[in-house]
Design a protein around this ligand. Structure first.
Ligand SMILES: Cc1cc2nc3c(=O)[nH]c(=O)nc-3n(C[C@H](O)[C@H](O)[C@H](O)COP(=O)(O)OP(=O)(O)OC[C@H]3O[C@@H](n4cnc5c(N)ncnc54)[C@H](O)[C@@H]3O)c2cc1C
Length: 491
């Protein structure tokens, strides 16, 4: 009998385990994959390290929000990080890609750098930045304020991100530059709420970092710490049944038939995947319908290139390129995000490169009943075609890339589905919709008194969003003020 049993060893599961272990609880994490870490995992191809889901992280400068959370979690000092280009952590380009518009770190610097491309828009860019600064103030856990840790009322009445951005300027290019990194939240023009855009952008404007040699170091550091507190991780243990009775959790059952018992349970799975393995009637029909009607975020096609030694320069920016002057809805196949991971063996050259481009699950649905490495030749041909299109497009911006490529690998939404259990291979779980904000708000508490939820579906995805979500979940267990006091004591 554990105090808390956590389903899933992604960032959310590991942070919840860390917080509760620090409080003296006996915690067990159950993970389906043989390796813990979820989207923090890296994978290795020909000696190169590729990230699954952490390409850059914001707010890690001493005193900033993620720094403070990671300090409390005792992992900040062990992370190897490298700052991106302060004047352009992201570069946005359109069509021929010649002009690269910078998104810069620091509020004033953001205005300064962008104004040099749009001199007549300086005032409007400054107003946009003021708006972002004001919006994030409504989120106490973002700012680690002790007051009002409940979800702010404003959360439910947010406006549409695209419309708000368009309100700052008539300049179409600038509108699309300001929304240029919207793949960070899989933006949908008619649905994405402005608070999602504001929280994520503000975090990166504070400061933006790469994790040197991959994001799995976050998982490794957390695993080492929770191990010291005696937390157990059962890897390679898929949960196939979640059993409750009269609104109280009884146990969970693993694929091998083993039952795991706890006084309390936290599920970090997609809530619909969780309902799939619960008895019908565990929740009332309103909740069940709400969860099953959650819309997925878009899926992604991932291109992973291994590069010849000292042939392609490391870039301190992420490149968001769009086939048209439309960062929301440009042709998917020819629009991409491109980056070079940071490696400890060189500051100047990259040994690999990654490009991500939207891919609807429907495009791979015909192979949905297949598994990794057994999807057949048609699937491989389908992937190869996408690889070639993408390499061709990226090479227009970086002509030296083609000659630097050693080997090409790729992934589709099916890979994410099978690797980290992403429902329908969705990039970031459930989509937030400003037209129906309550629908995509999932509380960490459930009607089953000892079952809690955490993970990217409850508040926000991303390293910061999931960290805040885990604090919210554990705050509902331990008491918010108590937990926030503990965090503040450490910073
Ligand atoms: C391609 C991509 C790029 C990204 N880039 C960035 C970035 O640059 N910066 C950033 O901040 N964020 C980024 N993100 C988002 C970020 O990685 C995620 O939001 C975050 O890691 C999710 O953490 P989680 O704990 O909610 O879920 P996960 O990491 O998905 O963890 C859930 C875990 O639950 C396990 N699980 C599921 N079902 C079961 C079961 N039945 N039994 C046992 N275990 C189960 C899974 O195997 C998994 O390990 C990216 C995501 C993707 C996909």
């Amino acid at each position: 009998m554990y105090d808390t049993v956590i389903i899933g060893s992604g960032l959310s599961g590991l942070i919840c385990a860390s917080i509760l272990s620090k409080e003296g609880e006996k915690v067990c994490i159950v993970e389906q994959h043989f390796k813990p870490g979820g989207s923090l995992q890296t994978f290795n191809r020909d000696g190169r390290i590729f990230d699954t889901g952490v390409h850059y992280v914001g707010g890690l400068e001493n005193g900033q929000n993620l720094y403070n959370y990671f300090k409390y979690l005792d992992i900040m000092d062990s992370l190897k990080i490298r700052k991106l280009d302060e004047n352009a952590f992201d570069k946005i380009s359109f069509k021929d890609g010649i002009k690269e518009y910078p998104l810069a770190m620091g509020y004033d610097n953001f205005v300064e750098q962008l104004s040099s491309f749009f001199p007549r828009e300086r005032e409007n860019i400054a107003k946009y930045i003021e708006y972002i600064k004001n919006t994030i103030k409504a989120f106490p856990l973002y700012n680690l304020s002790i007051r009002g840790t409940e979800i702010p009322e404003e959360f439910f009445y947010q406006e549409n991100a695209k419309k708000v951005i368009e309100g700052f300027t008539q300049d179409i290019t600038l509108q699309n530059v300001l929304a240029g990194n919207n793949p960070l939240y899989a933006g949908v023009p008619s649905k994405t709420p402005i608070h999602v855009h504001a929280l994520i952008n503000d975090n990166f404007i504070q400061s933006s970092w790469r994790l040197v040699d991959g994001g799995s170091q976050i998982a490794d550091a957390l695993i080492e710490n929770i191990g010291k507190y005696g937390c157990e991780i059962k890897a390679g243990s898929k949960v196939v049944k979640i059993v409750s009775e009269k609104r109280e959790m009884k146990h969970i059952e693993l694929e091998n038939g083993e039952k795991v018992y706890g006084k309390r349970y936290i599920s970090t799975m997609h809530p619909a995947n969780m309902l799939d393995i619960m008895e019908e009637g565990s929740f009332n029909s309103t909740y069940t319908e709400k969860i099953y009607s959650l819309e997925d975020t878009m899926g992604i096609f991932g291109l992973y290139l291994t590069l010849k030694e000292n042939s392609f320069k490391y870039r301190g920016s992420n490149y968001y390129h769009y086939a048209d002057v439309d960062s929301w809805e440009s042709e998917r196949k020819r629009s991409y995000m491109f980056l070079t991971p940071a490696i400890s063996k060189s500051d100047d050259y990259a040994d690999s490169a990654i490009a991500l481009s939207y891919m609807d699950f429907k495009e791979v649905e015909r192979w949905k009943d297949t598994r990794y490495l057994k999807r057949g030749s048609e699937y491989l041909e389908f992937k190869q075609e996408r690889e070639e299109i993408l390499i061709e497009e990226i090479s227009k911006k970086f002509p030296e890339l083609k000659g630097s490529i050693e080997k090409v690998y790729s992934s589709t939404p099916l890979s994410f589905r099978d690797y980290v259990g992403a429902r329908n291979g969705a990039l970031y779980g459930a989509l937030r919709d400003c037209n129906e904000p309550h629908k995509s708000f999932i509380s960490p508490k459930t009607r089953i008194k000892n079952l809690y939820l955490s993970g990217q579906n409850i508040i926000l995805h991303g390293i910061l969003g999931v960290t805040i979500g885990a604090v919210l979940t554990c705050g509902s267990i331990l008491g918010f003020e108590y937990l926030i006091d503990k965090i503040r004591e450490k910073i």
